[in-house]
Design a protein around this ligand. Structure first.
Ligand code: SF4
Length: 785
């Protein structure tokens, strides 16, 4: 059944599993080491591992010359080696990439269909249904992958981060992924950073990718894990200590004897959930467990090359005497299982105290479902530990008391579980094995029970915001290790502590679990399973392929390049044309205010449709109302006020370019290219702010919007909707004059006019983007010459 289902879904993947070409997986260690010695000419102090990897991927190592402070202050222009994208975020990234006219991606890139797979009845039927309902998205991603030489992992192949760990991650590399849990690959001692689509497009087009040099937090691991404590418990414990913001702007670099004892997939779990404390990423020195993992996953040549890089220049470990910005010590021997939640991943409670918390909070002492999986805990090792408990329970005649859902992380894990009778054991105790995909972790759980009812679930996942799994805001979601989740599935009680509590076996006698054992790697090696789910490694681009986008699609739309504001149509030459002010936005305006998520996510690949959410939760400072804008030039029959996107649409229809006035830290929040694309789509040319969030400011520049900062923040209140602004001095800047000031002539609606000073942060390269209409237009122009 499984093979038939998958065969129907595609008909394009084929793979020779044993003849794996690793040429684009092995990092260019000799080049990186040579760069590292150049780095040492500029930085004369011991380097951390993260610094070695970052600085040896600089576009220009000499940019470090003369810098006194780097960590936490310098901006680095980097050359990542690889990009991985999941099916939701890949859509707009690919649509943008298509506009730049390149025949192939500049770095090896892979696409993974995992987020759009529903979890309901079980692997095969869920997969069939999801493939049908998302066919146009999968067809688009697959055809674009063929055209540009991207490795395409179809529905059913597995979760992006597990596949990256099993196939692409290599010690010492720098890679980007369009997903927050990209750091999972750090389990193999590299830097893997989660980014927005526009950043991925930088790497895919060979444009230097900018990152503010992170601070480095050293996590010193001593002792060793005992009994029920797992790597998951370490990161749950750390999340409690650091909180959801504690790692912001930092890389977590683990060191000490406790690292050596961890398995590779255990390290990946730890690294994965570094995202929950806001860390840029996490990494570990190269260990024997990593070497073993590489060899068992068919990458012996990567292990050999990594061994050489470490022996040759100590490239894969920190220097002796390195100083971290902060050091946190954890004694693994003292660590106990931990449960985090509900509703936030940093609310950590040691298991021994959890029963007391359940009582104090008055929560019903009942688990309503237990779920194993997600990218953070779906490895072979996780599944063997869970199966060990299931086996013990089976021998005692027990079955799971609540729905028990298990998700393998990849096709090779699924197939190896099946061969090694792990699936059988899980099913014997009542578990449902779901498709190799994100499923319930991303809200694709078609849960039929407990709708709108308070209840508690336990998962081995990484995130537990309200409604994330089943859409029910009253579902309390607790995070724990796979083994604790499993034990509680058999007890059905939230307060159960398998370290001390017993259950009753089938004969009414006390039964106590013994601490679970698992194996990092299968004794007989991995079996690939359905080889049609694997892409051809390093595929050649097929320029003749037509990318499949239906003209009547509501989810996908070809992205038309934005036009340059300069040229014969602009009588002001290299100054921007006169711009009408659309509105003055009051207060906090995050990327979520600019481009809301939720139900809009299905339009991520359709700029016209998703733009209808532009600024819909922003506050208009002229009146204080949400999602309301004034149209002072409305025609007869049009209302003088309307929603913000509707007024922006009117400006676009009138071919009237416009400006936006915004408050402080405009565009904070998660990097979201839609928040820059959408205003540009409706004709925005300039955004003038009291201040910008750095990443969003760069995203605006990429889309051809000029971000300007008020020199005097009080000028914010002097400009309102319907006023006209004209730049003075932009022409000089574009002609090479070095000036940080651009003036704005403001003409009020009553004819009064005055001039305000603004600053800019445009580099020479970014001015070229502005002149071309967008960064991608500039790349296309270079490519055509
Ligand atoms: S399993 Fe969950 S956390 Fe991991 S990539 Fe999928 S949705 Fe994100």
């Amino acid at each position: 059944m499984r093979r038939a289902v998958l065969g129907q879904t595609r008909g394009f993947a084929r793979h020779a599993f044993a003849e794996r070409d690793l040429s684009n997986v092995i990092p260019p260690y000799a080049t990186l080491i040579a760069k590292l010695s150049q780095v040492r000419r500029h930085i004369k102090r011991p380097l951390s591992l993260a610094e070695k990897i970052l600085y040896s991927h600089l576009h220009d190592v000499d940019s470090l010359a003369g810098l006194k402070d780097i960590r936490g202050s310098a901006y680095l222009q980097l050359k990542p080696q690889r990009v991985a994208m999941q099916d939701a975020s890949a859509q707009m990234a690919l649509l943008q990439f298509m506009t730049c006219g390149l025949p192939r991606t500049s770095v090896p890139t892979s696409i993974h269909c995992d987020h759009l797979i529903q979890a309901s009845e079980g692997a095969d039927s869920d997969l069939t249904r999801s493939v049908i309902s998302n066919k146009e998205v999968f067809d688009f991603l697959e055809s674009a992958s063929r055209k540009y030489g991207i490795e395409f992992w179809p529905p059913g192949s597995g979760i992006i981060h597990q596949i990256v760990l099993e196939n692409y991650a290599a010690p010492g590399m720098l890679m980007l992924g369009t997903d927050s849990h990209t750091p999972n690959a750090g389990g193999l001692g590299l830097l893997a950073i989660g980014v927005g689509g526009a950043d991925a497009v930088d790497a895919m087009t060979g444009t230097p990718w900018e990152l503010k040099a992170p601070k480095i937090i050293g996590i010193h691991l001593k002792g060793q894990l005992n009994g029920w404590a797992t790597p998951k418990d370490l990161i749950l414990h750390l999340a409690g200590k650091l909180t959801v913001r504690g790692g912001t702007g930092s890389i977590l670099e683990y060191f000490g004897p406790g690292v050596e004892a961890q398995t590779c997939t255990g390290l990946a779990t730890i690294s994965n959930m570094g995202a929950e404390v806001g860390a840029t990423t996490s990494t570990f020195p190269y260990t024997k467990a990593m070497r073993d993992y590489l060899r068992t996953t068919n990458r012996a040549a990567v292990a050999d090359a990594a061994d050489w890089a470490q022996a040759e220049a100590g490239y894969l470990r920190p220097d002796e005497g390195v100083e971290y910005d902060q050091v946190i010590e954890v004694n693994l021997s003292e660590l106990e299982p931990t449960i985090n939640g509900p509703f936030t991943p940093d609310l950590a409670t040691p298991l021994s105290l959890f029963g007391q918390v359940v009582e104090e909070r008055g929560w019903k002492d009942e688990v309503s479902a237990a779920l194993i999986g997600s990218c953070t805990n779906s490895s072979y090792e996780d599944m063997t530990q869970v199966a060990d408990l299931a086996r013990q329970a089976k021998e005692a005649g027990l079955k799971a008391k609540v729905p028990f859902l298990c998700t393998p992380g990849s096709e090779q894990i699924r197939a190896t579980m099946e061969r090694d009778h792990i699936t059988e054991v899980l099913q014997d105790v009542g578990a449902t094995v779901l498709a190799n995909a994100c499923g319930p972790c991303i809200g694709q759980w078609k849960r039929e029970d407990r709708k709108d009812e308070e209840n508690a679930i336990l998962t081995s996942f990484n995130r537990n915001f309200k409604s994330r799994n089943d859409g029910n805001r009253q579902t309390m979601n607790f995070l724990a290790s796979p083994t604790i989740v499993t034990a509680l599935a058999f007890s059905g009680k939230l307060s159960f502590n398998p370290l001390v509590d017993s259950l009753e076996d089938a004969n009414g006698k006390p039964f106590k679990f013994i601490p679970p054992q698992g194996s990092q790697l299968p004794e007989k090696g991995f079996t690939p399973g359905n080889t049609s789910l694997y892409p051809i490694p390093s595929p050649e681009p097929q320029p003749e392929v037509d990318i499949k986008i239906s003209p009547i699609s509501t989810r996908l739309e070809i992205l038309e390049p934005f036009s340059s504001p300069f040229g014969s149509h602009n009588p002001r030459g290299l100054e921007l044309p006169p711009l009408k002010v659309l509105m003055r936005v009051r207060g906090k305006c995050t990327t979520d205010h600019i481009s809301a998520a939720g139900p809009w996510l299905k339009y991520k690949g359709h700029l016209t449709n998703i733009s209808e959410n532009l600024l819909i939760t922003a506050v208009n400072d002229e009146g204080g109302e949400v999602n309301l804008a004034f149209d002072h030039d409305h025609s007869q029959g049009e209302a003088p006020v309307d929603t913000i996107p509707k007024v922006a649409q009117r400006f676009k229809a009138r071919s009237e370019p416009w400006a936006l006035i915004v408050d402080s830290n405009y565009g904070e929040g998660s990097a979201r290219e839609h928040a820059a694309l959408q205003p540009r789509f409706y004709g925005c040319s300039v955004i003038i702010a009291r201040s910008f969030a750095r990443i969003h400011e760069t995203n605006l520049k990429k889309q051809g919007i000029l971000p300007l900062w008020f020199v005097d923040e009080a000028d914010y209140s002097r400009i309102g909707s319907g006023d006209t602004v004209e730049t003075i001095g932009l022409e000089d800047l574009l002609n090479g004059k070095e000036t940080s000031i651009i003036q704005l002539k403001v003409t009020k609606r009553d004819g009064e006019s005055f001039v305000v000073d603004t600053k800019h942060t445009m580099s020479g390269e970014q001015l070229k983007w502005l002149r071309a209409g967008s960064a991608l237009n500039h790349i296309r122009a270079i490519n055509q010459t």
